[in-house]
Ligand binder design. Structure first.
Ligand code: GLN
Length: 264
């Protein structure tokens, strides 16, 4: 069985290092003998290619590139993407990607850009005079059933370490927040929410990239993808996460969250 990792618009949406999420998924699968391929969902690919994806990875982008993507991701491709997420295909969507999965994004310059409307959220850039939300980010996963599933995996609440860099502010409608901000800005720097969670789609402002810093999220995505594909329960072989744990401990200390320093 081969998992297809669908990487959204790599030539346009690779500004913030989120490619590391695709590499992390691929490597953690490989260490367990699971074959993967990375499918580049660029402008020249058709809707059928979207239908074959087992895990989506979408990264951040600058407003200009995001606008080009949002214009391309219409019609049959948009329907395929919507159907996949509704059907529970797992995915990790970072920063610019969640903005395009919401109802719209209002850039600092130019017109409002319509999004796919899969996530009940809107994003607005308040203008270039407003401060960008930049810095290390820590948040506790709060969305259900993700929080419970990760807690069962870890034996304690899941805390994400990441890095954010965005001008846009996101405001949630009825969609669940992915987490509760411990350090940093999160969705908008106002309401303490970070990201969104819908079906098996994880939307977040956290770069880092997210998955190498929080390998349990990579494993959750792989497990969901394998379970969907095989129609049976899957339990992944544990891996040695020593280096990731050391990096996490260092960041927790730096962010004055030392009590979390031993969190997986
Ligand atoms: N262009 C968007 C913003 O500034 C997304 C940035 C990003 O993907 N890091 O809000």
């Amino acid at each position: 069985m081969e998992l297809k990792i669908g990487w959204l618009y790599p030539t346009l949406m690779s500004t913030y290092g989120d490619r590391g999420n695709a590499i992390c998924l691929q490597q953690r699968a490989l260490w367990r003998g699971i074959e993967t391929s990375i499918v580049r969902l660029d402008r020249d690919c058709d809707a059928k290619t979207f239908e074959e994806v087992d895990i989506f990875v979408g990264g951040g982008a600058q407003d200009r590139q995001q606008e080009i993507v949002m214009r391309d991701l219409q019609g049959a491709k948009a329907s395929a993407m919507r159907a996949a997420i509704e059907a529970g295909v797992p995915g990790v969507f970072t920063c610019g990607s969640p903005q395009l999965l919401g109802h719209y994004y209002e850039p600092a310059l130019g017109q409002r850009i319509e999004g796919l409307g899969i996530l009940d959220l809107v994003s607005k850039h308040p203008g270039f005079e407003a401060k960008r939300c930049i810095g290390n980010l820590a948040f506790e996963i709060a969305a259900s059933p993700l929080a419970e599933e990760l807690q069962a995996m870890l034996g304690k609440p899941a805390v994400i370490i990441g890095f954010e860099n965005h001008g846009g502010r996101t405001y949630l409608g009825s969609v669940q927040a992915l987490g509760k901000v411990l350090r940093g800005y999160g969705n908008n720097g106002e309401d303490g929410t970070e990201g969104a969670f819908y079906r098996n789609a994880i939307a977040t402002y956290s770069h880092g990239p997210l998955l190498p810093k929080n390998p349990f999220v990579a494993d959750w995505l792989l497990q969901k993808a394998l379970e969907r594909k095989s129609s049976q329960a899957v339990s992944l072989e544990p891996l040695d996460n020593t280096l990731a744990l050391q990096a996490r401990s260092a960041m927790f200390k730096r962010l004055d969250l030392a009590t979390l320093a031993n969190t997986p």
